[in-house]
Design a protein around this ligand. Structure first.
Ligand SMILES: [Zn+2]
Ligand SMILES: [Zn+2]
Length: 121
């Protein structure tokens, strides 16, 4: 059996593409499983954990929550970006954390930074 983060996700879905590291935060993964339950639809992970080198290589923010295992870029199957945003707002650690909308890339970013941040790229 492959290692999992909760009911809905495999660890490998969050692995850093360059090195395979996958040091996701437990509280973040609980929140993401709650979002998956609320959505009732599959969630695709575009980016999860990023090591320092990979984050720099793709031009990620220097203090990106992805480096701390507290963020993921996600697509919820069959929903618009606004619908994804509204669902994420209903999960307490995301509501009081970061939610970003990336219209060109077609995903939202969610994180559990512990303070509120919202943006559209
Ligand atoms: Zn890496
Ligand atoms: Zn992100």
């Amino acid at each position: 059996m492959k290692p999992r983060f909760g009911k809905h996700f495999l660890c490998e879905e969050f692995a850093c593409p360059c090195c395979g590291l996958c040091l996701m935060d437990r509280g973040f993964m609980i929140a993401l499983n709650q979002l998956r339950e609320l959505a009732g639809r599959p969630i695709k992970i575009n980016s999860g954990y990023r090591c320092v080198e990979h984050n720099a290589a793709i031009g990620g923010a220097p203090h990106s929550q992805h480096k701390l295992g507290r963020a993921a870029d996600i697509v919820i199957a069959g929903l618009t970006l606004n619908e994804m945003f509204e669902l994420a707002e209903q999960i307490e650690p995301f509501r009081n954390g970061g939610i970003g909308i990336y219209p060109k890339k077609g995903f939202i970013h969610v994180d559990t930074r512990g303070r509120r941040a919202r943006w559209t790229k």
